[in-house]
Design a protein around this ligand. Structure first.
Ligand code: UGA
Ligand code: MN
Length: 264
């Protein structure tokens, strides 16, 4: 099966460095297709060039998060109050459905042969190369531990005799699917068979994953524990520190720019 990675991304100082790190990981993975969705009303040259240079198979898409759905710290929004990447992940799902329904509508026998697994790969996480063979074996929905998330070292599914029975997490443990975006993947078949399943910014904080998996008709006993029955960490929810531009701003005020004419 092909692994389809859906990556939302947005313009910021560390965007190119974060995406460069992903390229260097993904280049080691065979049969991978990268769906990069910019949170912007236009595609940027920076991302277009990076994708071309990568040598990866990719689709370059864009959709801007509507105004009012963006976190606005200046006007008092809390850091986690609004979900990020929702519109971009939905655009990635739309592209998958459009692409594969055109080739072979659902129900058509050729469609059943389109083997793929869909994984939401945020642009600032760290992915172990051993994660990808695990993803590739997902028949319905696979789950695994994620490090550095939910105010713990590791959030993980509880697995009893090979069956997922719950969630070993501290943050909102009663969520039906208490798993970070980085902690699951679903078979492409499910995405094509449930054309309306996706993400929704009206959901309570922390419920995006639950909303999506429920939309696909996934239940707890369907979940396939990966990464050694959820005993291994193969993905880290690293977050890139905001670049300190304190002196840069002082320089800019005097008409001096440290990166004048450079792409970074
Ligand atoms: C956590 C979760 O791990 C994310 O899956 C979830 O989307 C996010 O919280 C949230 O809902 O707020 P976190 O590291 O805090 O992740 O979020 P980011 O990495 O900043 O954003 C998640 C993805 O959305 C990234 O790929 C990022 O590039 C993208 N994004 C972020 C946008 O497309 N637009 C934005 O304005 C911000
Ligand atoms: Mn992140």
């Amino acid at each position: 099966p092909t692994i389809f990675l859906i990556t939302p991304t947005y313009a910021r100082h560390a965007q190119k460095s974060d995406l460069t790190r992903l390229v260097h990981t993904f280049k080691h993975v065979e049969n991978l297709f990268w769906i990069v969705v910019e949170d912007a009303s236009d595609k940027s040259d920076l991302v277009a060039k990076l994708l071309r240079k990568s040598g990866l198979r990719y689709a370059h898409l864009n959709v801007a998060t509507p105004k009012g759905m963006k976190i606005d710290l200046a006007s008092g929004d809390k850091q986690w109050s609004k979900p990020r990447g929702v519109w971009q992940r939905n655009e990635g799902l739309r592209w998958l459905r459009e692409t594969f329904n055109k080739q072979a509508p659902v129900g058509n026998s050729a469609n059943q042969q389109q083997e793929g697994v869909v994984y939401f790969a945020d642009d600032d996480n760290t992915y172990d190369l051993d994660l990808f063979p695990e993803i590739r074996t997902v028949r319905t929905a696979g789950v695994w531990p994620v490090a550095f998330v939910g105010e713990l070292l590791v959030e993980k599914p509880i697995v009893v005799a090979g069956i997922v029975t719950g969630w070993d997490v501290a943050y909102k443990p009663d969520r039906p699917f208490a798993v970070d975006m980085a902690g699951f993947a679903v078979n492409l078949r499910l995405v094509l068979q449930h054309p309306h399943a996706g993400f929704d910014d009206g959901q309570p904080v922390g419920y995006q994953e639950t909303y999506f998996l429920r939309g696909l008709g996934v239940t707890l006993p369907d979940l396939e524990p990966k990464a050694g029955n959820c005993s291994e960490v193969l993905v880290w929810h690293t977050r890139t520190e905001k670049v300190n531009v304190f002196a840069e701003k002082r320089w800019n005020a005097r008409g001096k720019f440290s990166a004048g004419g450079m792409e970074f």
